[in-house]
Design a protein around this ligand. Sequence first.
Ligand code: HPA
Length: 248
Amino acid sequence: MRMSEIAIIGGTGLTSLKNLEIIRREMVRTPFGEPSGPLTFGTFSGHEIVFLARHGYGHTIPPHKVNYRANVWALQETGVKHIIAVAAVGGIAEDLMPARLAFPDQIIDYTWSRVNTFFEEGLSAVTHIDFTEPYCSELRDKMVAAARKANLDAVESGTYGATQGPRLETAAEINRLEQDGCTMVGMTGMPEATLARELEICYATCAVVANKAAGRAEGKITMEEIDACLTGGMEKVRTLLETVIPTL
Ligand code: HPA
């Protein structure tokens, strides 16, 4: 099997990575089933990385059906030490404008009935991982520095509220999330972050604001609006990745 230390998990809007020179694709089997698709190994800005499309390469797997355990396990099997998780979010705080990048530093988990641990069978002792700081600060700091260097005007902290989906939220739910302290909302941040921590992989999220969260802008949220904002946002993600990867 090919090995790589840096992984990018692409979310909605990033099912493939432009400028990735593909070396090979490999389907990895795990004790937890199959990942969302084959791992794509290649070079990006001269560095070897592995890419995985979270929702599958055809974007067909909804957030609550993603096999998060298989995805994270497969990446660890290939020697991955760092995961940059790219994720589309709705902006709750005023400064989280569509197409802006954000690097959350906290999470509140509102998901339910997702398998959220590797530590459930065949244990010699019950394990409780520390999750005070849910993201790897070393990787987060490097992304923040890279965004500054590339003049990307990113929001450098924030709290990611992880909702179950696949539907978007009600306006009242967004008000509740805001009262809880969430500045952005997405559907895939958990349990991905926990699972990476359980395997001691350095994991951080690069969020891309796709829309203003429910009730924060006039009218309905449409998929057309989300797609249009993500197209602009993903150009910034590519610049970010080109700047940060050489520093890892
Ligand atoms: N809510 C939840 N997840 C999302 C949103 C949203 O508004 N936009 C993109 N992912």
